[in-house]
Design a protein around this ligand. Structure first.
Ligand code: AMP
Ligand code: ZN
Length: 117
């Protein structure tokens, strides 16, 4: 855990968060500033800064994040109409919280050029 990281704090129960799913390796919670009717962040429980910091032996974690996103899309009722997954990496990628996270956004139709903000 990184004591200064807001997502580590949510995972540790030290900061409020609307958690919708958790298991041994990942946690999913609502974005505090949703840009769509469904906007959930899916994060590894371990503090990994960004996709650039994922190692070869963590491939399984990436697959787990994706399949959990699909499952949560089902749970949230957006699976059939479709949804968008975003993984912002680094400053130019628009990453503002430096704990790896996948955005699951759905419940409306998005333009092709939409970012998370
Ligand atoms: P990104 O720009 O990809 O790094 O996205 C960071 C996201 O985290 C933004 O959509 C924020 O609204 C969201 N966020 C930041 N702090 C919190 C928090 N404490 N709880 C929930 N979501 C947060
Ligand atoms: Zn963290």
């Amino acid at each position: 855990m990184n004591q200064d990281c807001p997502f580590c704090q949510i995972i540790a129960g030290e900061r409020p968060g609307r958690i919708v799913y958790r298991d041994e390796t990942i946690t999913a919670f609502w974005d505090r500033a949703p840009i769509a009717p469904v906007h959930i962040l899916i994060v590894p429980n371990a503090h990994i800064v960004s996709l650039n910091d994922v190692t070869e032996d963590q491939q399984e974690l990436l697959g787990h994040l994706l399949l959990a996103a699909r499952k949560i899309a089902q749970d949230q009722g957006v699976h059939d109409n479709g949804y968008r997954l975003l993984l912002n990496t680094g400053a130019n990628g628009g990453q503002t919280v430096f704990h790896l996270h996948l955005h699951l956004i759905g419940g409306k139709r998005f333009p092709l050029d939409m970012a998370t903000r």
